[in-house]
Design a protein around this ligand. Structure first.
Ligand code: F6R
Length: 600
């Protein structure tokens, strides 16, 4: 998984490429490089991050491509960094994805070509070198190369002596930005949102030729037109706004993100919601079962929502870890709705599970944050969570927005199916409506969490326990801590402790207990006693009540009914953030992880 950028226009592009690569670092950050065209081709690349790359401060180049890498084939070395070139250093390519048949090509090409990297991507440069011997039409030559590739890819190509950039996509995102004097290319709008918000999303099979004043696209050899769209993400939204880390900024953006998720979608008087998903009432009534596929944080958000969906729609709802979906032995797609929950819309495991569902004839819905992402092209309907760009590798605001959006969907479905009373819907909507302000109160209590983090930063194992809606939040809290602090953290249902994990609890194991409405706080009180008997320090989070009396550390919350655990999660995000910060971790770029996991 990697980030691609490109520019063709009238100005020196080196600083644009450097800035855009910085904006794309969330897609990968173990090596970086650019190719600049100013008549000849100059390639600068190395392992490390964009700040480590020495670029000339000014150049004559008005066309160039760039890449930030997250290794899949070959370690993060200077040689394996992109752009890759042909034998003569005249053709440069950058690639995101995996070329699954690269081994066969490399074996054939190696007889006459010199390879300098371990990557799958380098074969593209040499295949293109072969094509350009007989064919001087660059887009056509790229098309011929692409026909020989299997796997997933987004590719950008710049060649000495040729005008502009040629790009191609198959299962990996690419978007073109337009101004009057330039064209921009990137894996994601974030790369060039400071320059333009007028964009064209490329589709699978597209080969695009970008010149200073033109974008021409072919698909399967035929010329195609793709719409220009205006996106509403502004440049500010993609920057850190004074926070030291994107993750911290994004935790604080949650009131705004939730407001966006709700905006224009609720009628608190009637208990109805308007979700811009277009299907007749019979469609919703005929659904017999819901299956949700998702990974990581999105999976935990789905588990939370599944409980609400099952309660309020009277349907069987199951949540699947997307990478495990294919191993099921029985599958009845009849009247089944499969929902893919994915922030990026590009997670390979989720797409793979979704494609199985599509192939077997299920109905499909995507719940995603990313307009124009791959998932949106493959489903019957899409519901956007509208959280805005999330750059920090650790998902934060999107977890809240996913739950809010899925709760709106629950209300929609419950009402359409006559399973949800208007009063219950109105109460849920009121809780959602009050959520942004309540999150703000939690954020205002950040100093208390910072002090707790200072107190527990030396611990190297943490347990998170919760029941019912508290369980997915416990899992999410533990995931957040482990991925950014590298401490061992586990989430359990409270009742499971005594079946094994209790053996690990000592006076050195902080236990974080979810005691919110929806987390069965009375039952949880028994589990707290079990760990207190082992002298474990306990941090309770919930609405003040009997259970809180027995704890010396308690983080209080407003009561928002079954939405309250989302509030508790904000404390858990802050706790993880401050522990990791105490330890000086690379919070926005945790080791071994990347934001958008486009490999299975
Ligand atoms: C954890 C995290 C990951 C993602 C997972 C799915 O903080 O960010 O666990 O949630 O990789 O990603 P999406 O939602 O883009 O499919």
């Amino acid at each position: 998984m990697c980030g691609i950028t490109g520019y063709v226009g009238t100005e020196d592009c080196s600083s644009f490429l450097a800035n855009s690569l910085k904006n794309l670092e969330y897609r990968g950050y173990d090596s970086v490089g650019v190719a600049l065209l100013d008549g000849t081709l100059q390639v600068n690349k190395q392992s490390g991050q964009i700040d480590d790359l020495s670029l000339p401060s000014t150049t004559e180049a008005t066309c160039g491509i760039g890449h930030t890498r997250w290794s899949t084939h070959g370690p993060p070395t200077d040689e394996n960094a992109h752009p890759h070139t042909d034998c003569h250093g005249e053709i440069s390519i950058v690639h995101n994805g995996i070329i699954s048949n690269y081994g066969d090509h490399k074996r054939d090409l190696a007889l006459t070509h010199e390879f300098t990297s371990d990557t799958d991507s380098e074969v593209i440069a040499h295949l293109l070198e072969e094509e350009l011997v007989d064919d001087t039409d660059l887009p056509q030559a790229v098309r011929k190369v692409v026909e020989k590739l299997e796997g997933s890819f987004a590719i950008a190509v710049a060649v000495a002596g040729y005008d502009g950039i040629v790009a191609a996509r198959q299962d990996s995102p690419l978007v073109v930005g337009h101004t009057d004097t330039a064209k921009f290319l990137a894996s994601d709008i974030t790369a060039f949102v400071e320059q333009t918000r007028t964009v064209t999303f490329l589709e699978d099979g597209d080969v695009a030729h970008l010149t200073e004043d033109n974008l021409s696209i072919t698909n399967d050899g035929a010329v195609v037109e793709r719409d220009r769209q205006t996106v509403d993400w502004d440049a500010d939204a993609a920057e850190k706004s004074g926070y030291e880390h994107y993750m911290h900024k994004e935790i604080h953006e949650q009131p705004h993100a939730v407001r966006q998720s709700l905006s224009g979608r609720i009628d608190s008087l009637t208990g109805d919601v308007d979700l811009d998903i277009d299907a007749p009432i019979e469609y919703w009534k005929s659904i017999q079962e819901i299956q949700i596929v998702a990974c990581g944080t999105s999976n935990y958000a789905a588990r939370y929502a599944a409980e609400l969906l099952e309660t309020h729609t009277n349907l069987r709802v199951t949540v699947h870890v997307a990478s495990e979906y294919e191993y099921r032995t029985s599958y009845d797609p009849w009247e089944t709705l499969v929902i893919a929950v994915t922030q990026s819309g590009e997670t390979a495991d989720t797409l793979q599970a979704l494609r199985m569902a599509v192939d077997s004839g299920a109905r499909t819905l995507a719940v995603t944050n990313t307009v124009g992402s791959t998932v949106t092209r493959e489903v019957d309907q899409t519901l956007y969570i509208r959280a805005g760009p999330e750059i920090g590798v650790a998902a934060t605001k999107t977890f809240a927005s996913q739950i809010v959006t899925l709760t709106l969907f629950t209300i929609h479905l419950g009402r359409q199916r006559d399973e949800l009373e208007s009063e219950t819907a109105t109460e849920l909507l009121k809780n959602l409506h009050d959520l942004p302000e309540a999150i703000q109160t939690v954020l205002d209590g950040e100093s208390q969490v910072r002090r707790l983090a200072e107190r527990f930063a030396h611990s190297d194992a943490f347990f998170y326990i919760g029941r019912r809606l508290g369980h997915p939040v416990a899992l999410e809290g533990a995931l957040k801590l482990k991925e950014i602090s590298y401490d061992h953290a586990e989430g359990f249902p409270g009742g499971e402790l005594k079946h094994g994990p209790l053996a690990l609890v000592t006076d050195q194991t902080p236990v974080i207990a979810l005691l919110t409405p929806g987390s069965e706080p009375d039952e949880m009180a028994k589990n707290i006693k079990e760990v207190q008997a082992r002298e474990a320090p306990v941090i309770g989070i919930g609405v003040r009540g009997e259970a809180s009396e027995t704890l010396d550390t308690f983080l209080g919350l407003p009561n928002l009914g079954y939405i309250t655990p989302v509030l508790a999660n904000v404390y858990l995000q802050l706790f993880a953030y401050h522990i990791a910060n105490e330890k000086g971790r690379a919070i926005d770029k945790p080791r071994n992880l990347a934001k958008s996991v486009t490999v299975e």
